[in-house]
Design a protein around this ligand. Structure first.
Ligand code: HGY
Ligand code: MN
Ligand code: MN
Length: 415
């Protein structure tokens, strides 16, 4: 595969990434694109247009997962899938997910330009709601596809304004039974996702391509604390039931549990802390915490979850604050298919790119695609390992390498 042809493609993809980045609920360069928002619907329309222009057949399922198929010569064979997501958390960058969608489309276009004819169809997938922003759970679309989330569980999901998934998806134009989203094993022959590393290792080591062998096990716990409000001046300290100071103890205990797990792979974050009534001179009576706990080892992660629950019980008793912890999700880690990892490694070497095996500390839709197909992931470096921030950046060289190696890998898997 000539690099010259590819150079042209990278310029095209960079322009498309820049166009997609401007479709945001925030002022550029900040990208915010929450599922089913106006920006999300506009971005979906833009990417679908690009897929149709590439001669792909596009269809959407009942929750908006979008499939763009390049028909193979043997339509009876299950397709090879690639893809990622285009939704973005608040105050995000322009590469998370989008590199895998637009880079996957470019890999298909490069193969078309080179006259490659796939035996197996190649299907680009744009997953709905990879980010947990709207409904509090990540990978909503791929969980439904993999049957990890049932239609009933999905219908029970509400956003912060109390809008249900059914109402929001219908408003976005997605109808049909949510049960129809579930795919059977065998629907995809194999699945490969291209993504930025969202960590510093590839750039630090000067490596072009990450060959992901495992995807870390994510868990999320929602904690509601109910104390007693009151006047910040009139209510003396003894006997206060301050929900926020109780929450502060939980936050620090969770951090300590992650730091003392015995492994660097254990991480814990409290990314959401809602305080009621949120007035400077009123003692917080209610607090909602959203916590994110991950590890490449499921058992080690579960030990941190157990410490969190025990701490909730102890703080509740000692402070007289009601504390309830709800497990939103606690997923096992995924192992990538060694044959696909080897195919990616051979593709990287054929493309003259350096590569190394590694784990993914971020979760991805591939974590759930692993339930219904052999999977793997291709990482490219991102500057300083920065992600989920507007200064997230992947260079044209890195993006070009990712597309080049993905194109070669897809050609191998689809032959
Ligand atoms: O949080 C994650 O790991 C992913 O970027 N949504
Ligand atoms: Mn993300
Ligand atoms: Mn992502």
């Amino acid at each position: 595969m000539e690099s010259a042809g590819l150079k042209l493609g990278v310029d095209g993809v960079l322009a498309e990434l820049a166009t997609l980045a401007k479709i945001s609920e925030a002022e550029p360069p900040v990208v915010t694109r929450v599922v089913f928002s106006e920006a999300d619907l506009h971005a979906r329309a833009y990417v679908k247009r690009l897929c149709i222009d590439a001669g792909l057949t596009v269809h959407e399922d009942a929750v908006g997962n979008t499939f763009a198929r390049w028909a193979g010569s043997d339509p009876g064979l299950a397709p090879v899938g690639t893809g990622s997501h285009i939704d973005a958390i608040p105050n995000a960058g322009m590469y998370d997910g989008c590199v895998g969608v637009l880079g996957g489309l470019e890999a298909i276009r490069v193969l078309q330009k080179l006259g490659f004819k796939p035996r197996r169809s190649i299907e680009l997938v744009i997953f709905t709601a990879e980010e947990p922003t709207r409904f509090g759970i990540g990978c909503l679309g791929s969980r439904l596809m993999a049957g990890v989330l049932t239609a009933a569980q999905a219908l029970a999901l509400r956003d912060k304004e109390g809008h249900g998934l059914d109402e929001l998806r219908a408003r976005a134009g997605f109808t049909g039974s949510l049960a129809s989203v579930a795919l059977t094993t065998g629907r995809f022959h194999q699945f490969v996702e291209l993504h930025i590393e969202q960590g510093p290792l590839l750039e630090q080591d000067g490596i072009d391509i990450g060959l992901v062998t495992h995807i870390a096990a994510p868990a999320s716990v929602r904690i509601m604390l109910e104390g007693e409000g009151g006047h910040a001046g009139g209510k003396l300290m003894p006997g206060r039931k301050d929900a926020l100071t109780a929450a502060a103890e939980l936050i620090l205990a969770l951090e300590a549990a992650a730091k003392s797990s015995g492994a660097i792979d254990t991480v814990a974050t409290v990314g959401v802390c809602d305080v009621f009534p949120g007035a400077v001179n009123s003692i917080p009576s209610r607090v909602r915490l959203e916590t994110d706990i991950r590890d490449t080892d499921g058992t080690r992660r579960d030990r941190v979850l157990a410490v969190l629950q025990a701490t909730c019980n102890e703080v509740a008793l000692r402070r007289g604050v009601a504390i309830s912890a709800e497990m939103v999700n606690a997923d096992p880690p995924a192992t990538c298919d060694p044959a696909i990892v080897t195919a990616m490694e051979e593709a990287a070497k054929a493309a003259g790119k350096t590569c190394k095996r590694m784990v993914s500390r971020a979760y991805h839709d591939t974590l759930f695609m692993a339930r219904i197909a052999p999977v793997a992931m291709l990482f490219i470096p991102c500057r300083g390992g920065v992600s989920h921030r507007p200064d997230e950046y992947a260079s044209p060289e890195w993006i070009g390498s990712g597309i080049h190696v993905l194109a070669r890998t897809l050609a191998t898997l689809a032959s």
